[in-house]
Design a protein around this ligand. Structure first.
Ligand SMILES: Nc1ncnc2c1ncn2[C@@H]1O[C@H](COP(=O)(O)OP(=O)(O)OP(=O)(O)O)[C@@H](O)[C@H]1O
Ligand SMILES: [Mg+2]
Length: 324
């Protein structure tokens, strides 16, 4: 199994639960494991009953398992601050106000969260050497995956920029009679350095996701979740990323055969419908169903988490990453 494992899926299906259960399994099997969560609402903090922040901390009582929690809001702010800092060093003071105004607006633009989170995920992958396995609670969505197309785009852009820059340096040199003009030099040009850095970042992201990552989708046995899963499989496939397996969670438990009350009849009908849906998944979806997890009567944490972990038919042995 690849060192980076992503669990995606619609809101509330059980991504955090399944990520933590799988992380527990990996740690029990002797893998140095990190689980990365991004949802401050219900997150690793709730599952392990221990506060986490955006730097990895050991999970109490579980050897070999660290967890961290990334707050998307903080991430967007940090991301925009970085851009602001970068630009203010490179443009005239009169433009700084305008840039600040534009950045304030981009705070709420669609994709700002996803793009900031994606950056952070890639950062975690780049700094993953203390771990055999890093588990991401949430896989990249269609719009973040589009970012992976950027290196090609940037390459052409950088080439054109370099050309313009060279021409402009040439002109400056010709105009700089008696060394009155500050000389511009290609070497160490901050704009080009930044672009080059971005390009390498996306190149790393692309190869890490293609060669060192496995994607799983968590779903519930309802139509909405099935449709969403179908779309997500396509989204990933479009970027040449195959979904390794599907995790069906929150399956209705069967009543005992001798129970015939209203509740039991209701459960039996639900089980029947869900069984048909699971059949559809097996016959029509390409990725295999790797787990069928029953609906527990309470939140999945503590011993229940170990129970759920046992139901995952996902191997844990890890290969070292090829790109880190
Ligand atoms: N098999 C299960 N049995 C009972 N409760 C479950 C099960 N799986 C998950 N839950 C509960 O359902 C809720 C949502 O699960 P979880 O937070 O793992 O979903 P999620 O996909 O991460 O949600 P979000 O999209 O909000 O991040 C939690 O309260 C969790 O404890
Ligand atoms: Mg979650």
């Amino acid at each position: 199994m690849e060192p980076f494992v992503f669990f995606g899926g619609k809101g509330g299906v059980g991504k955090t639960t399944v990520s933590c259960a799988y992380a527990l399994r990996c740690a029990h099997d002797g893998q140095r494991t990190l689980v990365v969560s991004t949802d401050p609402a219900h997150s690793v903090t709730d599952v392990f009953d221990q506060p986490f922040d955006d730097s990895p901390q050991p999970v109490a009582g579980i050897d070999g398992l660290d967890a961290m929690e990334i707050d998307p809001e903080d991430e967007v702010t940090r991301h925009l601050d970085e851009i602001r800092q970068d630009l203010s060093e490179q443009v005239s003071a009169s433009m700084v106000n305008e840039i600040n105004r534009q950045l304030e607006m981009s705070h709420g633009t669609p994709g700002a969260y996803e793009s900031a989170l994606f950056d952070r995920f890639v950062d975690v992958m780049r700094n993953s050497e203390p771990y055999d396995r890093v588990i991401f609670d949430t896989s990249p969505t269609g719009s973040t995956l589009r970012l992976l197309g950027l290196p090609d785009l940037l390459e052409g852009w950088i080439d054109r920029l370099m050309h313009k820059r060279r021409t402009s340096i040439d002109l400056f040199e010709k105009a700089a009679v008696g060394n009155n003009e500050p000389r511009r030099v290609m070497e160490g040009d901050p704009v080009l350095a930044r672009l080059q850095q971005r390009k390498e970042f996306f190149e790393f992201a692309g190869s890490a996701l293609h060669d060192d990552a496995a994607f799983f989708l968590v779903l519930n046995p309802d139509e909405l979740s099935l449709n969403e899963t179908d779309r997500a499989i396509d989204d990933l496939r479009e970027k040449d990323l195959a979904v390794r397996g599907l995790v069906a969670n929150k399956l209705t438990p069967s009543p005992d055969p001798d129970e015939n009350g209203r509740g039991a009849r209701y459960l039996r009908e639900r089980v029947e419908t869900e069984t048909e849906r699971l059949e559809t998944i097996r016959s029509e979806f390409e990725p295999p169903l790797v787990a069928e997890i029953g609906w527990r009567s309470s939140e999945v944490k503590g011993n229940l988490l170990a129970d759920v972990a046992d139901e995952l038919d996902i191997e844990t042995a890890s290969e070292p990453p090829t790109h880190v």
